[in-house]
Design a protein around this ligand. Structure first.
Ligand code: GLU
Ligand code: MG
Length: 447
């Protein structure tokens, strides 16, 4: 669709409210709703937002050292007609995702979508097409009278009993996504009370990120209509499973359509380029954490032997490693398991692909695979014997690793990279300065 076709489509779909949307550095969907009378100008010229919003944390505090402040003007969120959906659960309402432009209509160098598009084009130049699929876990909660959250009582991994509890909601989610043209592959009951997971069919990285982001909003909105919270928080409770965002990536020859990662069976599961791509992901894994697991809470999920990785290792068919090769045949691909839904997926995918490309360019070797062992159960001695490193164990370590990773920092562009770090370090400062309930329970009477 071009802009004219989008305007026609808005008319045909009888849209009265258009949500003009961008995603901030925390991955939050941010929008203004535009009335019909302004559709033409919104679609053609975009909608104005303050640049300062990009230096905001999730608590809406502006990083004091950010380059975008009250006085630094605006960017334009210009709709990309390819990323339009009618929202069937609101009357006459649609949403469109945007690219960010400067006020003089140039691409804005702080734009997350455009940075991912640029990274993907580095593969296209080499005749490589990438497919990506994002597998998101979320948990359902009831808000309690004391403003806390109680996990919904839908228990048991993959149980029909769990599906029974929320069948109406789950079916509505699937039907709604389907009616929006998003091909849900499955929506399953995951671990313990309240956790679910959906997967949407693979696509190009940019479309996969777009599709994931809209699916996330659909699940949240439909849950909310039933008075429930669909939360994507990485680790909502100490003793419940964390919510991961697993990313599957495959490389294809643009001309022949052949999978470029397929090796020669279990003995040699990856092709040469597949091995190098994997090597790049291994080498840059600490910095990738800064983008893929970007909250203090993320590191409470990444615990040894929890199915969410704490070590840097790869293997075939193994859910106990960071990088899993789920299929060694024609659909050979790699699944990165340390990310979570607190990310901005445009940044996260940029980091993953830039890391993989660096591996290919530098012919990096991923080392031995671990196919049959959960490395999270290794003793310290075994870990050292096998030369396995930990992923960052806390957010500050991950942010420092990102800052020290020249490949990732340059893939993000210096502007985004620095401003992202400022936003996240502000969040970290707030956390460090807050007295948490645990501290009172631990110390108040004991000391
Ligand atoms: N919940 C786990 C995580 O946080 C993943 C479980 C699974 O393999 O689906 O990554
Ligand atoms: Mg899962």
């Amino acid at each position: 669709m071009d802009k004219q076709e989008l305007l026609q489509r808005l008319n045909d779909d009888k849209i009265e409210n258009l949500w003009v949307t961008y995603h901030d550095y925390n991955g939050r969907a941010c929008a203004k709703t535009v009335p019909k009378s302004k559709f033409k100008s919104a679609v053609e010229d975009g909608v104005v937002f303050a640049r300062a919003n990009l230096n905001f944390g999730v608590d809406d505090h502006n990083a004091a050292d950010g380059i975008w402040q009250a006085q630094t003007g605006d960017f334009l969120a210009v709709p990309d007609p390819a990323v339009y959906w009618k929202l069937p659960y609101y009357e006459n309402t649609a949403i469109v995702f945007c690219n960010m432009m400067t006020e003089d209509r140039q691409p804005f160098d702080g734009c997350p979508r455009q940075i991912l598009a640029r990274t993907v084009s580095n593969f296209a130049e080499r005749g490589i097409t990438i497919s990506a699929a994002l597998e998101a876990e979320f948990s359902l909660f009831n808000k309690t009278d004391d403003s806390d959250y109680a996990p919904c009582p839908a228990g048991g991994m993959f149980t029909v009993a769990g599906l029974n509890q929320y069948a109406d909601l789950l079916h509505e989610i699937v039907a709604t996504l389907d009616s929006m043209g998003l091909q849900v592959e499955q929506l399953g009951k995951e671990y313990g009370p309240s956790q679910f997971e959906f997967t949407v069919r693979y696509d190009s990285p940019l479309q996969a990120a777009d599709n994931y982001l809209i699916s996330k909003e659909v699940t949240r909105a439909l849950a909310l209509q039933r008075g429930l919270i669909a939360s994507y928080m990485p680790k909502p409770f100490t003793d419940l499973a964390g919510n991961g965002l697993h990313v599957h990536m495959a490389l294809w020859d643009r001309d022949s359509g052949d999978n470029l990662m397929t090796g020669r069976g279990l003995e040699n599961p990856l092709s040469e380029i597949g091995r190098h791509f994997m090597g790049g992901l291994m080498a840059h894994a600490p910095g990738i954490c800064g983008l893929g697991a970007p909250t203090v809470n993320s590191y409470k999920r990444l615990q040894p032997a929890s199915w969410a990785p704490a070590h840097i290792a790869w293997g075939v068919g193994n859910r106990g490693v960071l990088l899993r090769v789920p299929d060694v045949n024609q659909r050979c691909r790699v699944e990165y398991r340390a990310g979570d839904n607190a990310c901005n997926p445009y940044f996260f995918l940029t980091a993953l692909l830039a890391a993989g490309l660096d591996g290919v360019q530098q012919r990096m070797d991923p080392g031995e695979p671990f196919n049959d062992v959960d490395v999270g159960h290794f003793s310290e001695q075994q870990r050292l014997q096998h030369g396995i490193d930990y992923l960052p164990r806390t957010l500050p370590v991950a942010l420092d690793a990102l800052e020290n990773d020249k490949v990732l920092m340059s893939a993000l562009s210096p502007v985004i990279a620095q401003e992202f770090l400022k936003v996240k370090r502000l969040e970290l400062d707030t956390y460090n300065l807050t007295v948490h309930p645990w501290e009172r329970q631990m110390y108040l009477e004991a000391i």
